[in-house]
Design a binder for this molecule. Structure first.
Ligand SMILES: O=C(O)[C@@H]1CCC(=O)N(CCc2ccc(Cl)cc2)[C@H]1c1ccccc1Cl
Length: 314
């Protein structure tokens, strides 16, 4: 029995092993990749500047945060929340985060540049929207809320300042620094109560004021306040100071002005409900579907909503 010899491969010139051609991952972007332009806005913790990618010429809004200030104000948590929430979301009604980078002093978030700025400016300019425009914008805001809730994100601070308009006059929800990512707890159920953050007085929900806990329904409360404001030209709960405003909210002290359309009044009355579980929209996707089927949205075609031209703001 001869010892088996290992079969010898035919001697032919060995081709070099093929290196798999992986597309080289784009190099990390940095400040030098952009030409910075005009100041778009100043927040308490951020400055937003228009910028253009030097190579692609694409325009962005870059949100710049000063590290020292963030650390001093103990807002590092909010920076991470904004990054983690925006990274999870890709929706036509939500500002997109393209890149983040940092240098010694600052953090940079490269975002969509919504050219027409804040919805609030249009409410101020026009004092109020007609019913058709209100229905279109309420539907776009609801579409964005539905998506973010499906991603387990509660915005918690929806208000006309955080609703931007792009060059097509479509909605772009922004400012997720105070959002809440609902953790999947052990049995896979969403922990549906967020905590310890209060939004902007006029739009904050009663549960946030009373139990310090927001839930998805808190975003529907804010939608009710926004729909009211688009038509009435002012938010439903507005006092001379925050304390009086909060009192009005928990006491549901608001009235409709003369001429407020009945179909809009019916919707607002079903959104501005103290008990979050009884608010129209509450109760998961079934609740959202009930809200989308409210007669206020009868003329809305939901499946092509983001392809439709925005109605002229008169
Ligand atoms: O989460 C990330 O993608 C990175 C991870 C590495 C890193 O150092 N940072 C910055 C962390 C950080 C957050 C707040 C301050 Cl004030 C300083 C640094 C994170 C970061 C970089 C750029 C922009 C935002 C963030 Cl959170």
């Amino acid at each position: 029995q001869t010892t088996p010899t290992t079969p010898t491969t035919p001697t032919r010139p060995q081709r070099p092993p093929l290196t798999p051609t992986i597309s080289s991952p784009a190099r990390k972007k940095g400040v030098k990749d952009f030409e910075f332009g005009r100041l778009l806005g100043e927040g308490s913790y951020s400055t937003v500047v228009a910028a253009r990618d030097r190579v692609t010429q694409r325009e962005y809004a870059i949100k710049i945060l000063d590290k020292k200030h963030i650390i001093k104000e103990k807002k590092v948590k909010y920076v991470n929340i904004e990054k983690n929430t925006l990274n999870k979301m890709t929706h036509p009604g939500i500002v997109r985060l393209y890149y983040t980078f940092q240098d010694k002093d600052s953090l940079y978030f490269v975002l969509d540049h919504a050219k027409n700025g804040e919805l609030l400016n249009f409410i101020k300019k026009l004092s109020s929207f007609d019913l058709r425009c209100t229905q279109f914008y309420a539907a776009q805001i609801l579409s964005a809320i539905e998506y973010m809730h499906n991603q387990g994100v509660i915005h918690r601070d929806l208000k006309p300042e955080n609703l931007l308009l792009d060059e097509k006059m479509h909605i772009k929800v922004t400012d997720f620094g105070t959002a809440k990512i609902l953790e999947q707890n052990s049995d896979g159920k969403e922990d549906d109560r967020a905590n310890s953050f209060v939004g902007t007085a006029e739009y904050v929900s009663p549960e946030l004021l009373k139990e310090k806990a927001a839930c998805k329904s808190s975003d529907f409360w804010a939608l009710g306040c926004i729909v009211y404001q688009l038509i009435a030209g002012r938010p439903p709960f507005k006092g001379p100071n925050e304390y009086i405003t909060f009192q009005k909210i928990v006491g549901l002290e608001y009235t409709f002005p003369e001429g407020f359309p009945a179909v809009a009044r019916d919707l607002v009355e079903k959104l501005l409900v103290i008990d979050p579980s009884k608010r129209l929209g509450a109760g998961g996707q079934a609740g959202v579907d009930r809200l989308k089927n409210h007669k206020f949205f009868d003329d809305i075609k939901w499946d092509t909503l983001w392809q439709q031209p925005a109605p002229k703001l008169l």
